[in-house]
Design a protein around this ligand. Structure first.
Ligand SMILES: CC(C)(COP(=O)(O)OP(=O)(O)OC[C@H]1O[C@@H](n2cnc3c(N)ncnc32)[C@H](O)[C@@H]1OP(=O)(O)O)[C@@H](O)C(=O)NCCC(=O)NCCS
Length: 169
C-alpha cells in the first residue's frame, strides 16, 4: 500500500470541563483547548506515519464560542495532507451541554507535525489518499496553507510561494 486515507488517522478525544480547567468566568481556558487539540492531532499524525511526531507549527486559532464548566468536549483530528516529512492535520472542537442536549462548535485549526526516525531526525511519511469531496478540498488547499506558514516562519520567501501567488494574484 502506498498511502493511507484520512479515515485511518481519524482520532476522536472526549473530555469533560472540570473546575481546574476553567477561567474566572467558568469557561474552559484557551490554553487547555490548545493542549487537547495538540494531543488529538499528534495521535492522528502518529497513527498516519507510524512514528513519533513533533509539533512543527500551529496555525492561527480563534474561538467561536466559549465552552462552559461541566460541558463535554469532543476533539476530532485527522491528517489532511502529507508533504514529505511533515503532515498537516485538521482539528475540530465541539462541545455539548448534556442536560439541555445542546451541541455547539468551539473552534477549528490546522496543526503541522513532523515524523521522526529512531535518531530523532525527520523521516518521510506515507502519502495521504483523500477520498471524500471535503477531504479532497482540504488536500488541494493545503499547499497554499503550507506556503503561508513557511513564509511566516521565515523558511520560504514570498516570491517563491507559487500557490499563494496563484491565490492572491
Ligand atoms: C520541526 C523540526 C523537526 C524541523 O526540523 P529541521 O531540522 O528544521 O528539519 P527540516 O528543515 O528538514 O524540516 C522538516 C520538515 O518540517 C517542516 N517545518 C519546519 N518548520 C516548520 C514550520 N514552522 N511550519 C511548518 N512546517 C515546518 C519543513 O517544511 C519540513 O517539511 P517537509 O519535509 O514535509 O518538506 C525541528 O525544528 C524541531 O524539532 N522543532 C521542535 C519541535 C518541538 O519541540 N515541538 C514541540 C513539542 S512536540
Amino acid at each position: 500500500m502506498n498511502g493511507k486515507t484520512p479515515k485511518e488517522s481519524r482520532t476522536i478525544m472526549t473530555e469533560i470541563v472540570l473546575p481546574n480547567d476553567t477561567n474566572a468566568l467558568h469557561n474552559l481556558r484557551g490554553g487547555k483547548i490548545l493542549h487537547w487539540m495538540d494531543i488529538a492531532s499528534a495521535i492522528a499524525a502518529g497513527k498516519h506515519a507510524n512514528a513519533v511526531v513533533v509539533t512543527a507549527s500551529v496555525d492561527n486559532v480563534s474561538w467561536e464560542n466559549p465552552i462552559k464548566l461541566g460541558d463535554v468536549v469532543t476533539i476530532t483530528a485527522c491528517v489532511t495532507r502529507v508533504f514529505n516529512t511533515s503532515m498537516e492535520t485538521h482539528i475540530e472542537v465541539w462541545a455539548e451541554n448534556l442536560p439541555s442536549q445542546t451541541r455547539y462548535k468551539c473552534n477549528e485549526a490546522y496543526y503541522t507535525f513532523v515524523a521522526l526516525d529512531s535518531n530523532g531526525k525527520p523521516k518521510k511519511a506515507l502519502e495521504l489518499i483523500p477520498e471524500t469531496d471535503e477531504e479532497k478540498r482540504r488536500y488541494d488547499e493545503a499547499m497554499a496553507r503550507r506556503e503561508l506558514r513557511l513564509v511566516l516562519a521565515g523558511r520560504l520567501k514570498l516570491q517563491e510561494a507559487k500557490y499563494l501567488q496563484k491565490l492572491f494574484g
